[in-house]
Design a binder for this molecule. Structure first.
Ligand code: SAH
Length: 219
């Protein structure tokens, strides 16, 4: 796996931080977390040169790593606190989980593909990210053993947030998810679970791979 040159990486990350600021992501903690995670480590060797480009890139199992600005927006929307425990549905490359891990106490991340979870785990190990727990499973069922979570992030698109995920979110917790049809324009939604119910707001139009029930048969 040819690594990206350190100097090249430094330049690419500096440009990425500039882009994030331009779209209004100015939270210094979020920017520092993104600065600290080498995105090139999370993409396939064939696309390594484009690792920092402003687009989603293909990864194994027909999935994608989200575009950098989308990762920035979703991370910022979670208003992470250092003591937060966060559930991620959709490990994919592991990049989003790595960014979250820099900002909270523990990330619990689930993917339905064993291959993706295995590759992500080895990346976490290489980068010495030891506050990420992984699971091969159906994230639409959440991770009851570790609930309630302070924050939940879903990185695949569905018609609605599975009710059980709101149940696994603590009161005043935040959930961020792309909602909409598989092939169409989806909306990035931010939900806050209040005493009274769920408050909802829309952040942006996005495109994600679909949220699919069950563990993948082709692992
Ligand atoms: N957050 C990832 C991008 C994820 S792409 C990153 O930073 O790279 C969406 C991922 O969601 C895919 O890997 C897909 O396998 C996974 N996924 C879809 N439905 C799922 C489900 N029900 N449970 C767990 N993972 C799911």
């Amino acid at each position: 796996m040819p690594e990206m040159d350190t100097e090249e990486r430094r330049i690419q990350i500096a440009e990425l931080l500039l882009r994030l600021r331009q779209v209004g992501i100015t939270d210094q903690k979020v920017l520092s977390a993104i600065e600290a995670v080498p995105r090139d480590v999370f993409v396939e060797a064939e696309t390594r040169g484009e690792a920092y480009a402003e687009r989603a890139l293909p990864i194994d199992c027909g999935q994608t790593i989200s575009a950098p600005v989308v990762v920035g927006m979703m991370t910022a929307a979670l208003d992470l606190e250092p003591e937060d425990r966060v559930l991620e549905v959709g490990t994919g490359s592991g990049y989003q989980a790595a960014v979250l891990a820099k900002l909270c106490s523990r990330v619990y991340t689930i993917d339905r593909f064993r291959t993706l979870v295995g590759t992500a785990e080895s990346r976490f190990k290489t980068l010495r990210l030891d506050n990420i727990s992984t699971l091969v499973g159906d994230g639409m069922e959440g991770w009851a053993e570790h609930a309630p979570f302070d924050k939940i992030i879903i990185t695949a698109a569905g018609d609605a947030v599975p009710e059980v995920l709101f149940e696994q979110l603590r009161t005043n917790g935040i959930l961020v998810a792309p909602i909409g049809p598989p092939e169409g324009i989806q909306e990035l939604k931010r939900y806050v679970r209040t005493e009274a119910g769920i408050d909802e707001s829309t952040l942006a139009d996005v495109r994600f791979v679909p949220l699919i029930r069950g563990v993948a048969e082709r692992l």
